[in-house]
Design a protein around this ligand. Structure first.
Ligand code: ZOZ
Ligand code: NAD
Length: 703
């Protein structure tokens, strides 16, 4: 028997343990091992029942996701899958009990469903998260789960993909018992109890009582489809998962499995699945920094402090408090501090009202935030995050003060969104402790943390920042130091193209509509209105002297700001807003844009949605290619993860660089060259893009 699976006998119970670290994925060898262990016990009279359990930290996290890529690339032939193997477990003549700790996910839950009974540790979770990888359960999950949990619960689990805790699984009949204490011992006892009943094993596929072959299924499925279309907009897999559950309600188990297999296959070979699997591994890949080994000494973070209690300071304070880290929040003015604390309080109260947190949890978090008008207590802080106004002189002044009041081993982080980290670090006598921690607004919600490495930043400070990001529930991506870093530098090109398109003839809602349809969470102009048009207006004015004389620049955004139209906060920007904060297209803005176009000598024309997407997204990824050339991003996947978590790029397209590969770099390059001929030097293709296109390569292969 392969070593991945071990068998021991404990009296009349055979205990099969899976040992495939780190997460007991069903890699080649694991099903074979389980099958061999069962076969060894089939004729053994002394064995009355079997326990299947995971070694290490979890039961089974699912199919081995690495195998999917091998199948779709043609490197490996797709076999019969797990379905026949699970039938063998289900048809085993002695009761098989799955003992679940950690997680039973995807193929892992499907294995457990094929067992005759399931027991779980109180902290265990079970789920069918396949849709998050762009696929559906492919080993009978959509057929067995509704038989155990009912159609509504199974549909929610398979279509939305969120795992549920053991207690809920018990409530819905997915697990039979929760075991406090030693799970293996409890499961053996449970197996003995079952064997003692002397009943034939209970096969999930034969349990039809919860399938409800009645009209209420149609309403459940219709509501699920509607929700998927709204909440998982653009994604194929959730709808296919619902189709598979529908098959369970209408067909025999065998026919249902065949329908599931066909739908699984369709999903597996889709671009969406390839993109989402890239994202799964990408989120883990960005945590690995080539020159910072995992054994780099850790800096413990027990106490934090923040300078500047504005929009960002408030969100960052909540992010720390939510992770259980005490934080001092310093302001210069009492009024600003009071306003910030009121915003924090309101945010927490809203979360309680929405049922996201309990009052007690919120009270405990709120108590971790200590307001201050002085640097008292900063000497004990292990990390300080600066979040004052964006201005180099002020940042330097604050860092010089921090240099005096903080202990030498404290990390000094700046939340600047565009300024030079090295210049900021030069205001201290310890530039090795200085780093950028670029949070995104609202900082307690957005998952991205761009971690900006200055030329002197120490490896320990970087390693601690990456670990801290995880602790704060964020995905930390290490980037180099340049104006706007990775995200804002690329987004600037995207925004700029959106504005050029307006002057060339597209309407505000056409630009936003095309990009929303592409899958962006919001269109670029609506985003501008939300974050405030005045912010980039100020930055443009500050950097105007760096612009090439005579270079084309869009005019309308400046005009809007001159009119006091800063976006949602003033009730008008690119759109008008009423109390519902719904953007309303504004004829005044169209007139203004026409006027700007006349001044710039632009003849307006009708612009198709495809061109809107190409102009904006290709503008973004041409800049991304330059960022790679300059080494500002470590790998293409780092850029992808930044855009998925910080800018609302659709995960099912894998991020901008992955999307470029999907379109084909030759095609992208040719189009960018056409844009260069039409619109000038702004569109000069990045040399890296040119090289990869000419060599017929992809970013993924080059990165
Ligand atoms: O890792 C977390 C997790 O959520 N894993 C993925 C769970 C999942 O999506 N399962 C469904 C898989 S698809 C499936 O099962 C399809 C299906 O129905 C079967 C159809 C059969 C068709 C046959 C055709 C062939 C988890 C919650 C488990 C643990 O989280 P942690 O934060 O503790 O640890 P991570 O996420 O850092 O993971 C540790 C290392 O394990 C790797 N990994 C995790 N799940 C894997 C996996 N590798 C392969 N397959 C999986 N299912 C992960 O990449 C990481 O690796 P390193 O190298 O970065 O350490
Ligand atoms: P903000 O204007 O809301 O808040 C800045 C706060 O800093 C003000 O309350 C001000 O009173 C306070 N302050 C100024 N000098 C201080 C000092 N010496 N000590 C203590 N407090 C001081 O600004 P914001 O939007 O929170 O931005 C803060 C930083 O975060 C900027 O560098 C900005 O570029 C960056 N950032 C902003 C966003 C965003 O979306 N707003 C996103 C990412 C990063």
């Amino acid at each position: 028997m392969p070593e991945l699976v071990a068998l021991r006998r404990q009296g009349p119970i055979g205990v099969i343990t899976i040992n495939n670290p780190p997460v007991n994925a069903l890699s080649p060898g694991v099903p074979e091992g389980i099958r061999a262990a069962l076969e060894a016990m089939r004729g053994e009279e002394a064995i009355r029942a079997v326990v299947l359990i995971g070694g290490g930290r979890t039961f089974i996290a699912g199919a081995d996701i690495k195998e999917f890529g091998k199948i779709t690339s043609g490197e490996k032939q797709r076999g019969a899958g797990l379905v026949p193997f699970l039938l063998e477990i289900e048809d085993f003549p002695k009761p098989v009990v799955a003992a679940i700790h950690g997680a039973a996910l995807g193929g892992g839950l499907e294995v457990a469903l094929a067992c005759h009974h399931r027991v779980a540790a109180p902290s265990a979770r079970v789920g069918q998260p396949e849709v998050k990888l762009g696929i559906i359960p492919g080993a009978g999950g959509t057929q067995r789960l509704p038989r155990l949990a009912g159609v509504a619960k199974a549909t929610a689990m398979c279509a939305q993909g969120d795992p549920i805790p053991a207690e809920e699984a018990l409530q819905f009949g997915i697990v039979d018992r929760i075991m406090d204490g030693d799970l293996a011992a409890g499961a053996v006892e449970f197996a003995q109890e079952i064997a003692g009943r002397g009943e034939p094993p209970r096969k999930t596929r034969e349990r039809g009582e919860k399938l409800l072959r009645d009209p209420s299924n149609a309403a459940i499925l219709a509501a699920a489809r509607e929700q998927a279309a709204k909440k998982q907009r653009g994604m194929i897999a959730p709808l296919k998962a619902i189709d598979a559950i529908e098959a369970a309600t209408k067909l025999s188990f065998e026919e249902g499995c065949r329908a599931e297999a066909a739908l699984f296959q369709e999903c597996l070979f889709s671009d969406q699945s390839k993109a989402l699997i890239h994202v799964f591994f990408g989120e883990r890949a960005v945590a690995k920094i080539p020159d910072i080994p995992p054994e780099t000494a850790a800096i413990a973070i027990r106490q934090a402090a923040i300078v500047g209690a504005g929009t960002m300071g408030a969100g960052i304070a909540m992010a720390y408090a939510n992770a259980g880290i005490p934080v001092i929040l310093k302001e210069v003015e009492q009024q600003a501090l009071d306003g910030c604390l009121a915003r924090i309080q309101k945010n927490y109260s809203d979360s309680v009202n929405k049922g996201r947190f309990t009052q007690q949890w919120v009270d405990e978090r709120r108590a971790l935030i200590q307001p201050s008008l002085s640097y008292d207590g900063f000497g004990e802080a292990d990390i300080v995050v600066e979040a004052v106004f964006e201005g180099m002189d002020l940042k330097k002044q604050v860092f010089a003060e921090l240099n005096k009041v903080c202990k030498p081993e404290a990390i000094l982080a700046s939340n600047t969104s565009s300024l030079d980290i090295d210049q900021i670090a030069a205001a201290t006598l310890r530039p090795q402790m200085v780093i950028g921690h670029h949070f995104f607004s609202p900082a307690n919600v957005m998952r991205l943390l761009e971690i900006v490495r200055g030329k002197a930043t120490s490896r320990e400070v970087i390693a601690a920042s990456m670990a801290l990001a995880r602790r704060l529930g964020k995905v930390g991506v290490l980037v180099g130091n340049c104006r706007g870093f990775v995200g804002n530098r690329m987004y600037h090109q995207y925004q700029r193209q959106a504005q050029f398109l307006l002057e060339e003839g597209a309407r505000v809602e056409e630009v936003d509509g095309a990009l929303y349809k592409f899958g962006m969470a919001m269109g670029p102009l609506a985003v501008g209105d939300l974050s405030g048009l005045d912010v980039s207006w100020r930055i443009r004015k500050e950097y105007r002297h760096l612009e090439e004389p005579g270079a084309r620049r869009p005019l309308a955004a400046d005009r809007l700001c001159e009119m006091g139209r800063f976006g949602q906060k003033t009730g008008a920007g690119w759109y008008r807003y009423d109390e519902s904060r719904k953007p309303i297209p504004d004829p005044e803005v169209e007139k203004l844009i026409e006027q700007c176009a006349r001044e710039a000598g632009i003849e307006r024309r009708k612009i198709a949605p495809e061109e809107i997407v190409e102009r904006t997204i290709y503008g973004l990824l041409n800049e991304g290619a330059r960022i790679l050339e300059e080494g500002i991003a470590l790998r293409p996947v780092d850029i992808d993860i930044i855009f998925l978590n910080g800018y609302g790029f659709p995960a099912y397209r894998g991020g901008p660089m992955w999307y470029a590969d999907t379109v084909g770099l030759q095609k992208v390059y040719e189009r960018i060259r056409q844009f260069e001929q039409l619109h000038g030097a702004l569109w000069t293709p990045s040399p890296l893009l040119k090289q990869l296109a000419e060599q017929g390569k992809t970013f993924a292969a080059a990165g």
